[in-house]
Structures are given as structure tokens and as C-alpha cells.
Design a protein around this ligand. Structure first.
Ligand SMILES: Cc1cc2nc3c(=O)[nH]c(=O)nc-3n(C[C@H](O)[C@H](O)[C@H](O)COP(=O)(O)OP(=O)(O)OC[C@H]3O[C@@H](n4cnc5c(N)ncnc54)[C@H](O)[C@@H]3O)c2cc1C
Length: 302
């Protein structure tokens, strides 16, 4: 049988032994054996068929802005769409976009086209695929409000899936239950608006984020989901963990639901801090804090 690297290279650009820390906004993680960048539907289909045939595990990574990778190496294939699946086109109030498009870039394109609905997303550093997977949101809006259809690869074919089937709710979608489904793109409906008004709102939100979030350090955004009836940051403050650190993993004193990497944090430092917070919040408030970011390549799932 031919080497996997040769088979992958026939289908699309492939990189070998790449640090996951370079693929995540937290800048933490071991090495990935292979990273592939399909450049067409045919290439995406080809890679997925090959990996199924060879029984090789794979993982989609958008911008890795919601992932805590372990320090271990990953012996599977990382599939990335941000290099080639990143186009968007506008028709009246509809935008059709590929899954690897940057969410921030799309929000700015929509503004320039005089289309409102993505202002909340202009500070979310991921891809559209990751935003659909997470039902990303902010300021009481989310992907669920604008997505009409998702172009999904499942059961060996690409098809349009209506939003009703996506089961969107708070930071949740049906895609989280089907790790073998690939989001290839989506169609969203936006609303006509004066571009200057949209730009002003985006600028206000940017200033709010800059003043309330520790954006000068690598992070994965909010670490914990807000539990019913309380903010996660209040629980963390309540147990006295604002400003606490283990190694270079540091609970931001600016926004204590952000645990940042002050330089050389390991995944082990990071998860130890996360587990301590969960345990102390449980003891003090009888609340189970669930992580918003996803753990990838850990033996024991969160
Ligand atoms: C500074 C900062 C601020 C943030 N603020 C917010 C915020 O306000 N609101 C919010 O909701 N989030 C926020 N986030 C978290 C994160 O940016 C979002 O959840 C984002 O949408 C994740 O996109 P991604 O492309 O980086 O996904 P990744 O982190 O790469 O992946 C997340 C999950 O989606 C899956 N996935 C990615 N692409 C695909 C695809 N094409 N098909 C199938 N599965 C896929 C991955 O396999 C993984 O399971 C923030 C993060 C940071 C660092």
C-alpha cells in the first residue's frame, strides 16, 4: 500500500508534523501528524473517503479559537478549510459563504454591502464553520438568528440542510452530536441598513471588547458557559480566583471568565486551573460549571 502522505498529497496540500499551538488562539497543544487543506468539494470528498477507507481519525479545525488541545501529539489528520473555502458572495439581502471564511472578515464585508445582522460577530475570531458548530453569539444575537441553510457533507454527500434541522440553542447545534459531519458553507439572510450606522455599532462593540477583555494575551474567549441564572465570571470571582495562575495559565483580572496564556502555559497547567475552578464553584454554590471551549485530543473527555 502507498504511504498515507503520498495519497493525501495527491488530493490536496498536506503538511506534516505541525504544532497544534500554531493552529489555536490559545497557542497550546502538541503536534499533529498531518494537516490538509482541500481546495474544492471534490478534494474535501476525496480526503474524507480516503480517511474512512484507511480508518484514520480526523478533526476539523477552523481558527482553533474555541479549542484547548492537550500537550500530546495527535496521530490523525487535521482538516482546515480556512485556506481555500473562504469565499462569500452577496445577492440582495442574502449572503452565501464558505465555511472557512473568517467571521470577522464576513462581518466587515456585510457592512460594506450595507447589510446588517452580523455586527455582533465582528469581534469573534473564528471561521463561519466554527461559528455554526458552536452557534456563536454575543449581545443577545447568534448564528441561529441569521442562518437559513447549511451546506453540509454527511453520509458521503454534500447537501443543503434547512436551519430547522440544526437544533441551535445556547452555544449548541446538532453538529456537536455528529463529529463526522463537515460544514462546507451556509446561506444567511441579513437586512438592508446604512453602512455608516453598521460601522458605528461595530466600532462601539470593538471598544467594549477592548476595554473588558484581555485581548493582548492568547485565549479561547470565555472558558465557561454561563450557568442558569448566574454569570460564570461571578462564580469565579466568588471563589477568589480572579488573578490566580498555575504556570503561565492565568485567570485574567480584567475578565475572570478568560484564562489566558501568559507565554508558555501548558495544557496541563491550563486544565488544572479549570478543574480547580469547577471543583471550588461546585463546593461553594453547588453549580456545575461547564466549559464553553472544547477539549481536543485528551484521553478523558470533559
Ligand atoms: C478573544 C475571543 C473572543 C471570543 N468571543 C466569543 C463570543 O463573543 N461569542 C462566541 O460565541 N464565541 C466567542 N469566542 C469563541 C470562538 O471564537 C467561537 O466559538 C468561534 O465561532 C469558533 O470558531 P473556530 O473556527 O475558531 O472554531 P474551532 O475552534 O476551530 O473549532 C470549534 C469546533 O467547531 C468544529 N468545526 C470548525 N469548523 C468546522 C466545520 N467546517 N465543520 C464541522 N465542524 C467544524 C471543530 O471541529 C471544533 O469541534 C471567542 C474566542 C476568542 C479567542
Amino acid at each position: 500500500m502507498r504511504e498515507l502522505i503520498d495519497e493525501l498529497n495527491d488530493i490536496c496540500e498536506t503538511e506534516v508534523n505541525m504544532p497544534l499551538s500554531s493552529m489555536t488562539t490559545l497557542r497550546i497543544g502538541g503536534y499533529a501528524k498531518y494537516v490538509v487543506y482541500p481546495n474544492s468539494d471534490i478534494a474535501l470528498d476525496g480526503v474524507l473517503r480516503l480517511l474512512k477507507l484507511r480508518n484514520i481519525p480526523f478533526k476539523m479545525i477552523g481558527k482553533g479559537s474555541d479549542l484547548l488541545c492537550s500537550d500530546d501529539d495527535y496521530y490523525g489528520v487535521i482538516i482546515r478549510l480556512d485556506r481555500h473555502f473562504n469565499k462569500a458572495y452577496f445577492t440582495d439581502d442574502m449572503v452565501t459563504v464558505q465555511a472557512g471564511c473568517s467571521t470577522i472578515a464576513l462581518a466587515y464585508q456585510a457592512m460594506k454591502n450595507g447589510l446588517s445582522g452580523l455586527e455582533w460577530a465582528s469581534g469573534i475570531p473564528g471561521t463561519i464553520g466554527g461559528a455554526i458548530f458552536m452557534n456563536a453569539g454575543a449581545y443577545k444575537s447568534s448564528m441561529a438568528d441569521i442562518v437559513e441553510e447549511v451546506f453540509v457533507y454527511r453520509n458521503g454527500k454534500l447537501e443543503w440542510m434547512p436551519v430547522e434541522e440544526c437544533d441551535f440553542s445556547y452555544r449548541t447545534s446538532i453538529f456537536q452530536k455528529h463529529s463526522d459531519w463537515i460544514i462546507a458553507g451556509c446561506r444567511m439572510r441579513l437586512k438592508d441598513e446604512d453602512p455608516n450606522k453598521i460601522e458605528q455599532l461595530m466600532e462601539d462593540r470593538k471598544q467594549r471588547r477592548l476595554s473588558s477583555q484581555p485581548l493582548e494575551f492568547p485565549s479561547c474567549g470565555s472558558v465557561f458557559r454561563n450557568p442558569e441564572g448566574k454569570n460564570a465570571w461571578e462564580c469565579i470571582d466568588g471563589i477568589g480566583y480572579r488573578g490566580k495562575s498555575i504556570g503561565d495559565a492565568y485567570v485574567s483580572d480584567k475578565h475572570c471568565n478568560f484564562i489566558v496564556n501568559k507565554g508558555h502555559a501548558t495544557a496541563k497547567d491550563y486544565i488544572t486551573l479549570v478543574r480547580e475552578i469547577q471543583q471550588k464553584v461546585k463546593e461553594k454554590y453547588d453549580i456545575t460549571l461547564e466549559t464553553e471551549m472544547e477539549l481536543f485530543n485528551w484521553c478523558e473527555k470533559d
